[in-house]
Design a binder for this molecule. Sequence first.
Ligand SMILES: Nc1ncnc2c1ncn2[C@@H]1O[C@H](COP(=O)(O)OP(=O)(O)OP(=O)(O)O)[C@@H](O)[C@H]1O
Ligand SMILES: [Mg+2]
Length: 241
Amino acid sequence: MKAVLQIQDLSISFGNNHVLKSLTFDVMPKEVLGVIGPNGAGKTVMLNILTGTLQPTKGKIFFQGENITHKSITERCRMGVGRTFQVPRPFEKMTVFENVIVAGVYGGGLVEKEAQKRARGIIDKIGLSPKINWFAGKLGLLDRKRLEIGRALAINPKILLLDEVAGGLTESEVVEILGVVQAVKKQGVSVVWIEHVLKTMREGTDRVLCLAEGRNIVCGLPEEVMSSKEVLDTYLGVDER
Ligand SMILES: Nc1ncnc2c1ncn2[C@@H]1O[C@H](COP(=O)(O)OP(=O)(O)OP(=O)(O)O)[C@@H](O)[C@H]1O
Ligand SMILES: [Mg+2]
């Protein structure tokens, strides 16, 4: 099977801070790949490179076989690279419905009618139908996270990059988010899911990659990775949450 996303030899430095050092991994079709690693390991930086917000110092990114390393944020978005932000940023004074439509029009390049049509299905998938006409600013954290995923889905992504969508949620809310991500996967979308909440990595992923010291230190089945010596030494042993 051909990888949806190939990350080859990716490096980035900010001055003397060498954040990523030849990071290499693949994401397969319909796969949920979890990414764990200590604070400051470069997980969000990696995501920003994948979406085009940051340019790598070295390395290449292939999306569905095409080299996208130098493509713009908009081009990648239109090709089907969707993302969420670590801190959700909805338009507070717009409704849930309007937020998803705006993402479809401006992020996905859809005409408004098409974006409206898609929005209802997306809002249903993320479990926000009862609050479709609520202002985003009135939503609690779980619902903001749901909407954040909904806005990313509005561009009709082939791959969805999630940055800590379960952070700050209660245990039962985490279960809700796990359900949303499973629904996304069922639709055939690949997911890269950065998370510190380990329950999501154990129960909601197909493989887990541990990023530490700028490298892919181990990647494999969730249970194997989480109990591996490398991960216990570099991450879980020092920063268990
Ligand atoms: N735009 C930037 N300019 C300079 N340094 C940056 C920039 N963005 C991130 N960094 C640095 O890159 C390193 C990695 O940061 P990053 O936010 O990717 O960590 P992370 O793995 O996402 O951490 P966390 O788990 O806390 O979210 C940090 O040392 C950070 O200070
Ligand atoms: Mg981060």
